[in-house]
Design a protein around this ligand. Structure first.
Ligand code: BTN
Length: 272
């Protein structure tokens, strides 16, 4: 039986200054990212967290749905208030690194990262997704509410694979399926927030290059043949690297390098 989420249990394990010091926990919410957008407008401070046992409209990247059954997974949004009009894309890589490290500290499993911020694990049947991150930047609607960034993290923790809807069965798994035991979601949430604050502090003190290199060490995208999918185009090439800003560099068959700052990537090695 999975333990319920508890603000007290999470906060006991935090080593942070601000992240997770304010947590709002819901039995069910439309989306923790949507709730964050409401709370941030009314003054929640940086590092504030929204958590839910279930989401009725969990959102994935590129308008997809995020499977959000009750009581088994982690649906968590953290509020960042970076300065300037456009948040750095490195914040997306930083969040993925923090989530992977949180999982590693809690379970010993070592997720890899698919650009820009999918968390994958390798299984006998290939790479499977165990988590994803949705960043949403919002301009404050009132002069008193400055712009802010919502970092929404979803991790498949104790969900059983036979609960997955058919469209994600082939591509997804959960920590439970890998470990054959339940994972303490409160511990995982705390470890993730600890890492998130640690990396955000390093980001603010100018350690962009370190973040880029830690992300690269965990990357399972580099060197792979990839299909880059955008709303109106798809191209195929080899993932060569990322720019200092975190955009993906892809070498086309023509030899030309193209740079993508927002897209979805499909790993093709072994598929084509
Ligand atoms: C993706 O891989 O497509 C991103 C998934 C992000 C899911 C999380 S769950 C918590 C937060 N609330 C949402 O509605 N989405 C994010």
């Amino acid at each position: 039986m999975t333990l319920a989420l508890s603000i007290e249990s999470i906060q006991k394990k935090l080593t942070t200054h601000s992240f997770g010091k304010q947590i709002l926990l819901f039995d069910q919410i439309d989306s923790t990212n949507n709730e964050m957008q409401r709370q941030a407008q009314s003054g929640l401070s940086e590092g504030g967290v929204i958590l839910a046992e279930a989401q009725s409209q969990g959102k994935g990247r590129l308008g997809r749905k995020w499977f959000s059954p009750p009581g088994v997974n982690l649906y968590l949004s953290v509020l960042l208030r970076p300065s300037g009009p456009n948040p750095s894309p490195l914040l997306s890589l930083l969040s993925a690194v923090a989530a992977a490290e949180g999982i590693e500290t809690t379970t010993g499993l070592s997720p890899t990262l698919k650009w820009p911020n999918d968390l994958l694990v390798s299984t006998p049947s290939g790479e499977r997704k165990i988590g994803g991150i949705l960043l949403e930047f919002s301009q404050g609607t009132l002069p008193t509410s400055p712009p802010f960034l919502t970092v929404g993290i979803g991790i498949n923790v104790n969900v059983r694979s036979n609960q997955f809807p058919s469209e994600i069965t082939a591509g997804a798994t959960s920590l439970y399926e890998l470990l054959h035991e339940e994972v303490d979601r409160n511990l995982l949430a705390a470890m993730l927030l600890n890492q998130c604050e640690a990396w955000y502090t390093r980001f603010l003190s100018g350690e962009q290059e370190v973040i880029r290199s830690v992300w690269l060490q965990r990357s399972c995208t580099l060197g792979k043949k990839v299909r880059v999918v955008q709303r109106y185009q798809e191209v195929t090439g080899v993932a060569e690297g990322i720019t200092s800003e975190g955009a993906l560099i892809v070498k086309m068959e023509t030899g030309e390098n193209r740079v993508f700052s927002a897209a979805d990537v499909v790993h093709l090695n072994g598929l084509e």
